[in-house]
Design a protein around this ligand. Structure first.
Ligand code: PEP
Ligand code: MN
Length: 339
């Protein structure tokens, strides 16, 4: 921590602050400038009280207290300068190959899921998405098929060879969901449910962490830190739109998060344009933007009959629209230096 003292403070005041820094378990190093004194304090905040309170404790003496290091360590680029890749059933997310995860918002039936799986695979997707446990705003909306949905995902994986991603909603389901899925999705509503993040990390499965509805990028990186700090290095960040004042879209898809996460962190970045816009007609343009801006993959909602979907009607692509989009994306993926 860097502690900046106010100008023209007395020796006695300086000593008071130094004593308090030592009492809290930190080693102070005094730097005397022309106009003011700056103190560098070395110590571990995990095991000691934070020094941030010094400015409220000594308002006449301390001007500001600033951290030297970023609050996140393991997810930061400083910890790992190369891009990290996440192994998923023989694939590598974050490597040269661009990955498309596609499938319905919710698993509804064997027929719906299998039809979608076969079609998205034929169009070039490598990972099948589908919610078995659904986080719905209203308790009176379809909550997902639960275990039956997980079993259908496993069946679709067996029949198509696609890897599977599905959401984990509860710590109680961590082992159950991990048994069936290749990637554990942490949804926007749970992005700061820290006990859930720890339970997800402990399954050892790759984690896709959505950005919360009103989450700052620093908070998102810190949520990701919970995964890496719990001995799970296989983390992907997924931007899915944030809540703003705009009403033409369900959320505002923040594509600037791609270069920001890429420079702050080494973890792969996935874009979800479906929750991002809430509008199927906008999905193709947003996908193209994401590819151009350096995303490592996409998470797209696809349904054989979008108008009859049990959740998120209006934002899912038909099988045909998805195939057309994949063909349009191919040259852009190549131009972005990916495969
Ligand atoms: C979803 O992927 O269907 C979903 C519920 O996502 P989010 O958590 O981003 O809303
Ligand atoms: Mn959805």
């Amino acid at each position: 921590m860097i502690i900046v003292l106010k100008p023209e403070i007395t020796r006695k005041q300086e000593t008071t602050v130094l004593k308090e820094i030592r009492r809290l378990g930190y080693r102070p190093h005094v730097m005397r400038g022309v106009a003011r004194i700056v103190i560098g304090a070395i110590g571990d905040e995990l095991t000691h009280q934070s020094l941030e309170t010094l400015s409220t404790q000594f308002p006449e003496i301390v001007e500001s207290v600033m951290p030297v290091q970023k609050r996140y360590k393991f997810v930061s680029r400083e910890a790992h300068t190369a891009d990290s890749t996440v192994p998923v059933r023989g694939h590598e997310v974050g490597g040269k190959k661009f990955h498309v995860m596609a499938g319905p918002c919710s698993v509804e039936s064997e027929r719906q899921l299998l039809m979608t799986a076969v079609a998205v695979k034929a169009a070039g997707a490598t990972i099948l998405r589908g919610g078995a446990f659904k986080p719905r705003t209203s308790p009176y909306e379809f909550q997902g098929l639960g275990v039956k949905g997980l079993k259908l995902l496993a069946k679709a994986r067996k029949e198509t060879g696609l890897a599977v991603i599905t959401e984990l909603l509860s710590e109680n389901h961590a082992d159950l969901v991990a048994e069936y899925t290749d990637i554990v999705q942490i949804g926007a509503r749970n992005a700061q449910n820290f006990q859930l993040l720890i339970a997800a990390a402990k399954t050892g499965k790759p984690i896709l962490l959505k950005r919360g509805l009103s989450m700052r990028i620093e908070e998102w990186l810190l949520a990701g830190e919970y995964i890496l700090a719990n001995q799970n290095g296989n983390l992907m960040f997924c931007e899915r739109g944030i809540r703003t004042f705009e009403t033409y879209t369900r959320n505002t898809l923040d594509l600037s998060a791609i270069p920001i996460i890429k420079s702050e962190s080494h973890c792969p970045v996935i874009i979800d344009p479906s929750q991002g816009a809430g509008r199927a007609d906008l999905v193709p343009a947003l996908c193209k933007g994401a590819v151009a801006m350096g995303a490592d993959g996409l998470l797209i909602e696809v349904h054989p009959n979008p108008a009859a979907a049990w959740s998120d009607v209006g934002q899912q692509l038909s099988l045909e629209a998805f195939a057309k989009l994949m063909a349009e994306l191919r040259p852009l993926i190549l131009a972005a230096g990916r495969e």
